[in-house]
Design a protein around this ligand. Structure first.
Ligand SMILES: Cc1cc2nc3c(=O)[nH]c(=O)nc-3n(C[C@H](O)[C@H](O)[C@H](O)COP(=O)(O)OP(=O)(O)OC[C@H]3O[C@@H](n4cnc5c(N)ncnc54)[C@H](O)[C@@H]3O)c2cc1C
Length: 318
């Protein structure tokens, strides 16, 4: 097994920032481990120059999915393809769709799948993968004595890269997954919001402290001014104040932005579990005892309806 597969996320043909970082990691990994090439798999068409800045990519394979990915039959065309391409290692940044494919790969190929990987290294008799556990409160290092494995990376993964030469235009192919007669996809709900939450560099999160969905204008204005995505706590989406795909936390989206501004959110442990990969956290809360302050890099004790307009005015005047 001499090749590596990387599954990438994209929206409107733009490869996500975390997938780009993974391609950088993969290019370095390839060189360090004497692998031959990378096959990139994704779920959208890509222009021929999408991969110009990454080295060692042999081909881009666009996977089309007519229905649900819920059994081995459905992924059979993909399995056939990866066997032909002599792929032994599979990297992706955790996503629900690839998680479902990866589970069938692991079972069909009898190879280990390690989830929430933060970093990986080659050791004398295999590979060492460090993963995030207990919602990011601890890490666990596990060893694999097998050349073939699947690594599902946590968004806040780290790596040391060596600079690589880019690729010229690469070839492309299309694989259609099979369908399952017993289940069919009725409707797709595209995510709303200009900036996809999982990849945003800046996120403005708002909680029950905003009291009513009609008060979200200031959150959206601040996010727009900062070029940020908006997020919310679970009760806020449970109350249908905000869409469910904005809910971050243990049971929601996990984010790892450069800056997370949490407004009117208490900082419950389940919320922290989804945001503790953020590089800097700013908390705005009118209760000085709010637990979130213990996890903040900067804190403002104040009313969000007072602080946010002032912050917005300040940003606009610069
Ligand atoms: C199994 C399980 C899973 C869960 N998963 C998640 C999850 O994934 N994500 C998640 O978020 N939660 C999750 N929760 C819920 C979590 O425990 C908390 O209840 C939730 O995060 C609280 O949301 P909140 O901070 O918006 O609301 P609250 O706890 O009501 O806090 C509101 C905060 O706003 C502040 N505030 C009020 N008014 C103002 C104002 N005018 N200005 C400034 N601050 C103000 C208050 O001081 C308070 O700190 C989960 C719970 C369970 C049991």
């Amino acid at each position: 097994m001499k090749n590596l597969a990387v599954f990438v996320d994209s929206k409107n043909g733009q490869i996500s920032e975390s997938s780009k970082r993974l391609l950088d990691l993969s290019s370095s990994w390839l060189v360090q481990n004497g692998l031959e090439g990378i096959y990139v798999y994704g779920f959208e068409e890509q222009s021929s120059d999408s991969f110009n800045s990454f080295s060692s990519i042999k081909q881009y394979i666009h996977i089309t999915i007519p229905g649900l990915v819920n059994n081995n039959q459905v992924i059979a065309p993909l399995l056939e393809d990866i066997k032909q391409k002599e792929i032994g290692q599979f990297f992706y940044v955790k996503s629900l769709l690839v998680d479902s494919i990866a589970a069938f790969f692991a079972e069909s190929l009898s190879i280990p799948l390690v989830s929430n990987v933060l970093k990986l290294a080659k050791v004398s008799d295999g590979y060492q993968l460090t993963k995030s556990i207990f919602s990011g409160k601890a890490t666990l290092t596990t060893e694999i004595n097998n050349n073939s494995f699947i690594a599902a990376f946590n968004k806040s993964f780290t790596f040391e890269t060596t600079s690589q030469a880019g690729n010229s235009a690469i070839s492309q192919a299309v694989i259609a997954l099979g369908t399952d007669a017993q289940n069919k996809l009725i409707e797709n709900y595209p995510l709303t919001g200009a900036i996809p939450l999982p990849d945003a560099a800046i996120v403005v999160g708002a909680g029950r402290g905003f009291k009513d969905p009609s008060n979200w204008g200031i959150v959206e204005d601040l996010a727009k001014e900062l070029g940020a995505a908006t997020a919310c706590s679970k009760p806020v989406s449970d109350l249908n104040w905000r869409p469910h795909h904005e809910h971050v936390g243990q049971t929601g989206v996990k984010i790892a932005p450069k800056l997370y501004i949490a407004c009117g959110i208490s900082g419950a442990i389940q919320h922290l579990a989804g945001v503790n990969g953020s590089r800097k956290i700013v908390v705005i809360n009118n209760d000085p005892e709010a637990p979130f302050f213990k996890h903040a890099d900067y804190g403002i004790v104040g009313d969000v309806f007072d602080v946010l307009p002032r912050l917005l005015n300040k940003l606009k005047s610069h």
